[in-house]
Design a protein around this ligand. Structure first.
Ligand code: CU
Length: 286
């Protein structure tokens, strides 16, 4: 049992240890295995394959397990480390301390979006991008996308998503109009708000964070820890609601065999979403 803290409350020694563990994991090659796994499970609902991680009800439990595995790997390097969370409704500017040299480093330079500051700058020699969908060996960012500004989601947008008493809704994909899962994952049918909440944060960071290998940017983990925290808040607010679909969908359902009901084992760990509903045996949020 350990604590996941708000990144803004980390002491300088906690920041140093977190960065050290991230760089150590990268050095060992293990970090890039997580990046590749995320890319491999980036299955969209345009495909017929099962979707465990994205555009799917198991978006929350799959990422919870993904973060837990990652955190265990970090803790093998330094057992005092945990994944902090980034509350992007509050720390919502490129000048937030999150982006300082002692934590994530800053935005990319204008010409090629290459991150030039902090521990993950290519020139530092410790953060080479190996698993990627785009060109370049270096981490890229475009915080806030100044040329065509995008803003981070607000507290009221989060509150609106958390207010929905249903966990998810048919058709259980990126077009579900209601339900916590798609409101929070943030797909919408079109219009100016094509990317909302979780998705919008990926877009705001820009660069590698917008693609299937988004964990190439270590801020991925801090973002997803906050998404995980928001799931716990929804659970507390709606104790009578639960994960949906509860039972496997009938064969007649177009999503049959493509989404995971509460007790359908999810790859690659063969773990049921229901085994991940209660996070309190592992960690709590401070
Ligand atoms: Cu994400």
């Amino acid at each position: 049992m350990y604590t996941r803290k708000n990144q803004r409350n980390l002491t300088s020694s906690e920041k140093r240890r977190l960065v050290g563990a991230l760089l150590g994991l990268k050095r060992s090659g293990r970090y890039d295995e997580f990046v590749r796994m995320h890319g491999e499970y980036y299955v969209t609902d345009a495909e017929d394959r099962p979707r465990a991680a994205h555009m799917t009800p198991s978006f929350f439990p799959w990422h919870r397990r993904f973060l837990l595995e990652f955190e265990r790997a970090l803790q093998k390097i330094d057992d005092g480390v945990s994944v902090p969370y980034w509350d992007w409704t509050t720390d919502n500017s490129p000048t937030s301390s999150l982006w300082a040299d002692d934590l994530m480093g800053g935005t990319g330079r204008r010409s090629d979006r290459q991150v030039m500051t902090g521990p993950f700058a290519y020139a530092g020699g410790q953060w080479r991008i190996n698993a990627r969908v785009s060109e370049g060996d270096y981490l890229t960012r475009d915080l806030g996308r100044p040329r065509d500004p995008v803003s981070l989601p607000t507290k009221s947008e989060v509150a609106e998503a958390l207010d929905d008493p249903a966990y998810d809704a048919p058709p259980w994909d990126s077009t579900a109009a209601t339900g916590l899962r798609n409101r929070m994952e943030g797909w919408s049918a079109g219009g100016p708000e094509r990317w909302r909440l979780h998705n919008k944060v990926h877009r705001w960071v820009g660069g590698l964070m917008t693609g299937a290998t988004s964990p190439d940017d270590p801020v991925f983990w801090l973002h997803h820890a906050y998404v995980d925290l928001l799931w716990t808040r929804w659970q507390q607010t709606h104790p009578a609601s639960g994960y949906l679909p509860r039972k496997r969908l009938p064969e007649s359902d177009p999503q049959y065999g493509r989404v995971f009901a509460a007790d359908d084992p999810m790859p690659p760990w063969d773990v049921k979403p229901s085994a991940l509903f209660d996070h309190t045996r592992w960690y709590h949020y401070a």
